[in-house]
Design a protein around this ligand. Structure first.
Ligand code: ADP
Length: 499
């Protein structure tokens, strides 16, 4: 298929022209083993460049650097307003180079370069500025203590300090490589921690480019370290006795391994895991907004979103019309490489992910599901899958129960009498949910009934940096974004003074 690909910007070509290295203690260095691995363009399968293959020995070096920076380096004594300025500078540098980041992300991940610029990169910049603001606003409190066992007449002054946790390991996935780095790094740094970031092996490039910005902005060496590599590097971080906290975003399966690995020194753990989110459309929903909104719910980022609204529950009276309208809209979506400006739906990230998604499709169709649109591979190179709307599905089908992480939605009807909540909550996950109705009371009642960390009413993917985000049930531990993320990266010390 001929495509009008945007030629790569000179700085992108330059960035990928050499082997990329690890960021340890303020310097870009090769892996201790000298080994590298290739990262690929998902639109063609072609190798982009080679990246240092970080392993346990590199994790050790990075932890040592982060520990020194935390205990002794200038970071430990740096004033909050200086941290604020550094974080703000990273936000500005991201904004200045948004086009560059957008292209590089598109090349490595497959998503649209435009989306990567105006959503992923712009939002990452916003996240750095938001937490820059928090650096000077992390407060303890003074507390009136009663001290029932103290001698009568004695006086006390008690207060709390909110202190950084220490050395934080942050392990992130490939679906929003730059943005997940920003969500993780910004609150940790605002609170005064030092970090070792482990990007996903499929998409290491934008994190390494972000690493250059930290150096350019003037962060002291060792405050931000980036170790590219595979799951074993993540496992080494999760198990490391020199790490005080591990934050992970990825699959529920690996999340459970992180919990196990963290047991040794009982490091703090926060997890943002999988989902199979319900999107509930009532018969009184506004068709004009609910159709494109429900499409966006499962198709954004090619369905490679932990919050994807992939269980579409539609009130029976409008089920056929609504699902057909969503299928028609899906069939109009322009598929192509992310670097083509006309592209709305790019390739999946990897061969592995392609095999996984087409495997689920085959299983769903064999189980008896019917594809209103899509159902198979698109084109004959790269990892493209057609947007697919499945009907005639049963609640026990794997396409209804399991996270597919691709452009596939399963639609199920519900009746006004039975309601939607039992079906919508019938999942081990509880990350997000959508509700579409023009009845405001019904909408708020429904929001209370859903067991999910985020509920979006008459919209989907309604994220904001200030809103806490995280999962109920097996979708995670803790809340990122907003003020809530600071709870993950601070610990409270109670100080009680006998006056
Ligand atoms: P996905 O299913 O989205 O690819 P994973 O959960 O497999 O997500 O991976 C997310 C991140 O976790 C990646 O950076 C990956 O390298 C890392 N990872 C994989 N296995 C482990 C492990 N056992 N311990 C720690 N990190 C791991």
């Amino acid at each position: 298929t001929a495509v009008a690909e945007t030629p790569l910007l000179a700085p992108v070509r330059e960035f990928v022209s050499g082997t990329k290295q690890l960021l340890i203690d303020g310097k870009f260095v090769p892996a201790a083993s000298g080994r590298t691995f290739a990262t690929h363009d998902p639109a063609t399968g072609a190798r982009i460049t080679d990246v240092a293959w970080g392993e346990a020995a590199d994790v050790d070096r990075a932890v040592t650097a982060a520990r020194r920076a935390f205990e002794a380096g200038p970071w430990a004594t740096m004033r909050p307003n200086e941290r604020e300025r550094l974080l703000w500078r990273v936000g500005d540098l991201l904004t200045e180079r948004a086009e560059l980041f957008g292209q590089l992300e598109s090349l490595d991940n497959g998503k649209s370069a435009t989306v990567a610029q105006v959503v992923d990169t712009a939002w990452a910049a916003d996240v750095f500025r938001y937490y820059a603001g928090w650096a000077t606003k992390i407060e303890g409190s003074t507390i009136n203590v009663s001290m029932p066992f103290a001698p009568p007449g004695s006086e006390f002054h008690a207060y709390t300090l909110r202190e950084p946790v220490g050395v934080c390991a942050q392990i992130i996935p490939w679906n929003f490589p730059l943005l997940m780095a920003a969500w993780k790094l910004a609150p940790a740094l605002a609170a005064g921690n030092t970090v070792i970031l482990k990007p996903a092996e499929q998409t290491p490039l934008t994190a390494l480019l972000l690493g250059e910005l930290f150096c350019e902005a003037g962060f002291p060496p060792g405050v931000v370290n980036i170790v590219t590599g595979f799951g074993d590097a993540g496992a080494a971080l999760a198990a490391h006795d020199g790490v005080d906290k591990v934050a992970f975003t990825g699959s529920t399966e690996v999340g459970k391994k992180i919990v196990d690995a963290a047991k040794g020194n009982l490091k703090k753990v926060s997890l943002e895991l999988g989902g199979k989110s319900p999107n509930v459309v009532f018969a009184d929903a506004d068709f004009e907004t609910a159709v494109p909104g429900s499409l966006n719910a499962w198709l954004f980022n090619h369905g490679q979103c932990c919050v994807a609204g992939t269980r579409l529950y539609v009130e029976d009276r409008i089920f056929d019309d609504f699902t057909q309208a969503v299928a028609d809209a899906a069939s109009q979506v322009k598929i192509g490489p992310g670097l083509d400006p006309a592209t709305q739906l790019g390739p999946l990230v990897s061969q592995e992910q392609f095999d996984r998604v087409t495997g689920y499709l085959a299983q769903g169709l064999a189980d008896g599901a019917r594809a209103l649109t899509g159902g198979k591979r698109w084109g004959d190179e790269g990892y493209f899958v057609e947007p697919t709307v499945l009907v005639d599905v049963q609640p026990q089908f794997s396409v209804v129960r399991e996270e597919i992480f691709g452009p596939v939605v399963a639609a199920l009807p519900f009746t006004a009498e039975e309601g939607f909540s039992a079906a919508a909550n019938d999942s081990v996950y509880g990350l997000a949910a959508g509700i579409w109705t023009r009845d405001i009371s019904k909408a708020h009642r429904a929001a209370k009934q859903l067991k999910a960390g985020s509920v979006w009413i008459n919209q989907y993917n309604g994220f904001d940096t200030a809103l806490p985000f995280g999962g109920y049930k097996q979708s995670g531990w803790g809340r990122e974004l907003g003020a809530a993320a600071l709870d993950l990266y601070t610990q409270t010390k109670a100080v009680n003074v006998a006056l």
